[in-house]
Design a protein around this ligand. Sequence first.
Ligand code: 5RP
Length: 213
Amino acid sequence: MTRPNLQVALDHSDLPSAIKAIKTVGDIVDIIEVGTILILQAGDQAVRCIRAMYPDKTIVADTKCADAGGTVAENVQKAGADWTTVICCATIPTMKAAAEKIAAVQVELYGDWTYAQAQLWLAAGIRQVIYHQSRDALLAGETWGEKDLAKIQKLIDMGFQVSVTGGLDVDTLKLFKGMAVYTFITGRGITAAQDPAQAATAFLDEIKAIWEA
Ligand code: 5RP
């Protein structure tokens, strides 16, 4: 089974902090996410800076776009993003318009969504979804468990590349053993660690230990 990618999410509230963080882990991770919080604060300048620093990395602009998909995707693509995100309640025309302007669109699964909708995303040519435990759900006491694994497996079986995110730590990864997860996305598990480079390496080593064993 192919090993899942490791993606770091830069959810900083200002660009200098994000730049400081990525300098320590950018060469370790597979994918760099300009997180929603950072995009809202620093806009496409954040994407431009990270692209200038890492010309060869896959960069995701996590816009969680709900409307004007074509315009938003085109703007972040021009700034240097490879992929962008749309929220799962966005309309199919919004998703299709975004997909026409950038190499890949990822559907962010929050709140209520159905497998019937997911089938429509596939029919629209979208191949990637992001399965979340939201910050606020985690704060309210939610944890990763069987209910999540079953939904993730079903999405994989439908043909999606599934990224998994939300409060992940190194110990959480073994829950997903045996599953063809596409990417693990970690924000605070890396960027808020005392030694972010060591934390990123620990995530990557654990992914390799589980999926390359
Ligand atoms: C929140 C996000 C985060 O970037 C992603 O889930 C990483 O979060 P965490 O800090 O919990 O690892 O997309 O909407």
